[in-house]
Design a protein around this ligand. Structure first.
Ligand code: GAP
Length: 431
């Protein structure tokens, strides 16, 4: 198993993830996605969106605002109940989550204060006056934008149960103990589905969604043995959930939550109906009944998913007595799909031929042109960032109009006419 330090160092060195505000000494537990990280993250989100929205006819997408009316968070129960128990060390003043420490301070052994409840929502003020009437919250989950729009979406899209609404977006939590790189941060991104079903069918849909979501991770190359399911015990259930299963990943720090799949019952639609005075019940045309749908919620973290895919893809192997580091990312997720590499950078005709090919490939896929090192180093660089294909243009290419395509995992090479390479790669990269 690769260590987290190795992943953090690869991410920094190769432009996946940088510490936020690094030139000012960094800002604790916040991270910036660099050029390759932004591509990888976009690809993860696109793979999710395609699987849950575009390949199905029972789910539609939404992109709701981060700021919402503050009453939303009263109705949802977050103002009252979205808390963690906090303790302070009387000696060294460090703070901990009470449920993660014993009797004494884990840092200095000092005495701890009584636990008090700490609300994890970030508060801000709307407009120039900072008073109670102007308080707004940064959303701690994207889900509430979906519930608040339930009637808008259901009526405009003429959806009948069962159907779902999917959304990707930022969420914010003032975590007491962030850490483990991008695993737990205060600003993060979620991919959430609220799937509305007829009461009584909820348990069956819950089971189906657990299977569906597990299959999504393995479809994009995550190894099944690194995934497991864990049912929440009653004392750890969120205030809105009747039951919840976590999909856990075998991270370097141990098995930890990647995604939660909860049965939220009709809690949220009922609460919003009560607090807004707008009826969010559903009229069932088949049974001619009106009722509140139940909700199954698969809710994953984009940042955790990116991190898990990076860890899962990381491989070290010996090739001709040398260490080769290769990210075996699924081609759909790989930030760069093909690298075009001229064998000699001081032959202008060769460079021109390679650049022309790169320009043609760019119309179809994320392409990188690189002539800044020897071919061996260029291959190593691309292997380390997970590029599925490299195309090497050499002196013979000038005569025979062909180039060598090398596949990342097998390192097998085929020689193909330059004109055929774009179609060949488009076909290989189809998913
Ligand atoms: N709407 C349900 C909900 O928000 P959650 O289990 O609190 O449920 C869902 O969060 C997912 O969001 C988690 O499985 C995790 O992947 C991600 N997540 C939650 N808190 C996070 C944090 N502080 N940093 C990074 N990801 C986080």
């Amino acid at each position: 198993m690769v260590s987290m330090d190795t992943i953090v160092s690869l991410c920094k060195r190769r432009g996946f993830i940088f510490q936020s505000s690094e030139i000012y000494g960094g800002f604790a537990s916040t991270w910036d996605y660099g050029p390759l990280g932004a591509e990888l993250k976009n690809n993860v989100k696109a793979a999710w969106w395609r699987a849950v929205v575009q390949e199905r006819d029972d789910i539609v997408g939404l992109d709701a605002a981060i700021l919402m009316a503050p009453q939303v968070w009263v109705a949802s129960g977050h103002v009252e109940q979205f808390t963690d128990p906090l303790v302070d060390c009387k000696q060294c003043k460090q703070r901990f989550r009470a449920d993660q420490v014993g009797e004494r301070c884990p840092a200095c052994g000092g005495e701890l204060t009584e636990a008090r409840q700490f609300n994890m929502m970030f508060k801000t003020f709307v407009g120039p006056v900072e008073d109670d009437a102007a308080v707004a919250y940064l959303r701690p989950e994207t889900a509430q934008g979906i519930f608040a729009n339930f009637a808008n979406v259901q009526t405009t899209m003429r959806k009948k149960l069962p159907f779902g609404i999917a959304q990707i977006g930022k969420a914010f939590r003032n975590e007491i103990t962030p850490g483990n790189f991008t695993f737990r941060t205060r600003e993060f991104e979620q991919m959430e589905i609220e799937y509305f079903v007829k009461p009584g069918t909820d348990e069956e849909w819950h089971r189906r969604w657990i299977e569906d979501r597990l299959a999504w991770y393995t479809r994009f190359g995550m190894r099944r043995e690194n995934l497991r399911l864990r049912e929440h015990t009653p004392d750890e259930l969120a205030h809105y959930a009747r039951s919840c299963y976590d999909i856990e990943y075998n991270f370097p720090m141990g098995w930890s939550e990647l995604e939660g799949i909860a049965n939220r019952t009709d809690y949220d639609l009922r609460q919003h109906t009560k607090f807004s005075n707008k009826d969010l019940s559903y009229f069932d045309p088949e049974t001619q009944e009106r009722y509140f749908p139940y909700v199954i919620e698969p809710s994953g973290g984009v940042d955790r998913t990116v991190l898990a895919f990076l860890i899962d893809a990381y491989h070290e192997e010996q090739v001709r007595q040398e260490k080769r580091v290769v990210l075996r990312l699924h081609p759909a997720l790989a930030p760069i799909k093909v690298a075009v590499l001229p064998l000699l950078r001081n032959r202008s005709e060769l460079v021109q031929l390679a650049q022309d090919l790169a320009a043609r490939l760019r119309r179809h896929m994320m392409t990188m042109y690189d002539d800044t090192a020897s071919i061996g180093r260029l291959y190593r660089r691309q292997d380390e960032i997970g590029t599925p294909f490299c195309v090497t243009v050499d002196v013979d290419s000038l005569d025979d109009g062909q180039a060598t395509v090398r596949e990342r995992d097998s390192m097998e090479q085929v020689r193909l006419p330059l004109a055929e390479i774009p179609a060949y790669l488009v076909d290989k990269l189809r998913w």
